[in-house]
Design a protein. Structure first.
Length: 134
């Protein structure tokens, strides 16, 4: 069984009308793609919310345990250094650890910074292709 041949294209529609229709269809396609992308991002964000909440709650408990550990460290050092000096030593120690972490993170980010590639332009002082032909 043979397929019917394609009908001849409609050549009676003027080009400006076809162009306007093309622009309209392109705009509709772009709007539909934007709606689809927005729906996908919204869906992914909603799916991530429970995990993000769990991470946040876990972070709060880890931070609370860190404070408890630091308070215990101050209590442990108090008999030998006194309360004020023990608090000072623990505070300076945690500040040093935090400063080192910030410096390492900053250094890591600086290494990963986007650097545009170096482009070398061709030497324009030599003979042009037209001069080489002569």
């Amino acid at each position: 069984m043979e397929a019917a041949p394609d009908p001849a294209p409609d050549t009676s529609t003027p080009i400006p009308v076809l162009f306007k229709r093309l622009l309209s269809d392109g705009e509709l396609l772009a709007r539909a793609e934007l709606r689809l992308a927005q729906a996908q991002v919204t869906s992914q964000a909603r799916a991530a919310v429970p995990g993000l909440i769990a991470i946040l709650v876990g972070g709060v408990f880890v931070l609370a345990s860190l404070f408890t550990l630091l308070a215990a460290l101050i209590g442990w050092l108090t008999p030998s250094l006194g309360a004020g000096n023990a608090a000072l030593v623990v505070t300076l120690g945690t500040a040093a650890v935090g400063g080192i972490a910030i410096a390492l993170g900053s250094h890591h980010l600086n290494k990963r910074a986007v650097v545009p590639p170096v482009r070398h332009l061709p030497d324009l002082t030599g003979p042009t292709p037209q001069e080489e032909v002569k």
